[in-house]
Design a protein around this ligand. Structure first.
Ligand code: GLC
Length: 424
């Protein structure tokens, strides 16, 4: 066991080192050759296990892509790479370094707090957090204003890619309502790296690009995007992660005696706690996303439905229901947590975000379960995650029925989770 753990750790460290492009990491060579937002939060927690300075540097390099209004893009293009589409020329945001024009789940403050808590170099950690804090606060403020201009307590995503769960069946209905504009001819690159049967369909891709080109035509101005985007969803995962990140940022401010932003953070937290009520569909359902353009609660249940546990926002009786649900999900699959309810017709065990297991999601759910005292189920999630890596390597995601590894190889976040959770 000990030797197996050491071997896994060594492999994970080697992957994080190989995917280091000089101060920032890429998720996987070829498929994702730039710095991705929430990937870097996980990467930083991984680096912290063997090189704390490198962990802080990961966050700092991502924040180099932050826009003056606080928005932190989902991709930072520190260089160009023709193997990826849509690259910097398509986004054309007019910032330096070039970036995409949309964001991703705000996990960075969660990572910063965790790295800070475990830091061996206390002085360096304190100094890093003091420098990063105003930038993280500005990003959270951007979310709470640009994406919730009426202050109703739930932020919206305007593109499926902002959820990080790009191809989730949750987006099927709202995405189908997005018209397909005439588009410049384009060639996808993802299907050259991964089996097309596991990737999004062509019509979905046309809609992703329609949104991108519309945002670009509006110069990515937040007010215009909010008013005109044909896709606007209050996503359970993004809101849960933002709430958790607000709590973690506030905890850091308190620990370091920083006054700035504390009142604001406390207000955002209170507002979000109340607003989560609107995502609750009752005992038979659970938490669901809302299409804000038509008010529809979106089906089916996905692994995101459990993330209110990570935010600590589910009252105990609801948490108990979620935990029971998750136990039920275990019956038809061998490995938890499938990204889509395995009892739903939308479940596809090998298609990206429609069934496979992502270890980063296992970690967030397990962390939430631990917070609610469900440590046995949390241990099961960890055990399944470790079994998947041992069996199939450091893949991007895994088939919950067979355990096969899928998508990219030598994947940064899978290596990172292995270090900070599976072998820690
Ligand atoms: C895919 C995932 C997204 C991730 C990116 C890089 O687009 O859906 O969550 O950030 O790959 O790993």
């Amino acid at each position: 066991m000990r030797a197996a753990t050491d071997a896994l750790r060594a492999q994970a460290v080697a992957i994080l080192q190989a995917n280091d492009r000089g101060g920032y990491s890429i998720p996987a060579d070829g498929l994702y050759p730039f710095q991705w937002n929430w990937d870097s939060a996980f990467a930083a927690m991984g680096y912290a296990c063997f090189d704390e300075a490198r962990a802080w540097q990961e966050i700092t390099s991502l924040l180099r892509g932050q826009w003056p209004d606080g928005m932190l893009p989902h991709i930072v293009f520190h260089g160009d790479d023709p193997r990826y589409f849509p690259g910097p020329a398509v986004w054309d945001v007019g910032h330096n370094p070039p970036t995409s024009g949309i964001t991703q789940p705000p996990l960075l403050a969660v990572a910063a707090r965790r790295i800070w808590q475990g830091a061996r170099d206390r002085a360096a950690a304190d100094a890093a957090v003091r420098t990063l804090y105003p930038k993280l606060l500005a990003w959270h403020r951007w979310f709470h204003t640009a994406r919730d201009p009426d202050g109703r307590g739930l932020v919206a995503i305007l593109h499926p890619w902002e959820s990080g769960m790009d191809n989730s069946p949750t987006w099927d209905a709202p995405l189908a309502r997005v018209p397909i504009d005439p588009l410049p001819p384009y060639e996808r690159r993802d299907t050259g790296h991964v089996d097309p049967a596991e990737r999004p369909q062509r019509a979905d891709y046309d809609r992703y690009l329609t949104l991108l080109y519309r945002f670009r035509a509006l110069d990515y101005a937040p007010g215009a995007l909010w008013a005109e985007s044909p896709f606007r969803v209050a996503d359970v995962a993004t809101n849960a992660i933002l709430l958790r990140a607000d709590r973690d940022l506030l905890a850091l401010a308190e620990a370091l005696d920083v006054e700035e932003g504390r009142t604001e953070l406390a207000a955002w937290i209170t507002r979000a706690e109340a607003a989560f009520e609107r995502l609750w569909t009752g005992a038979a359902g659970g938490y669901r996303c809302i299409d804000q353009l038509c008010g529809e609660l979106l089906q089916p249940a996905t692994s995101a439905s459990f993330l209110p546990l990570f935010a600590g926002v589910a009252p105990v009786e609801r948490a108990t229901l979620l935990i029971d649900n998750l136990r039920n999900w275990a019956a038809p699959v061998r490995f938890l947590v499938p990204s889509t309810d395995p009892a739903s017709g939308a479940f596809e065990p090998r298609r990206y975000w429609r069934g496979p297991v992502w270890l980063i999601v296992n970690w967030m759910i397990a962390d939430g379960l631990t917070g609610y005292g469900a440590s046995e189920l949390a241990a099961r999630l960890r055990q399944d995650a470790r079994a998947l890596v041992e069996r199939s390597g450091f893949r991007e995601y895994f088939d919950p029925l067979t355990g096969d590894g899928l998508g990219g190889r030598a994947f940064t976040w899978t290596a990172a989770v292995t270090l900070f959770w599976l072998t820690a």
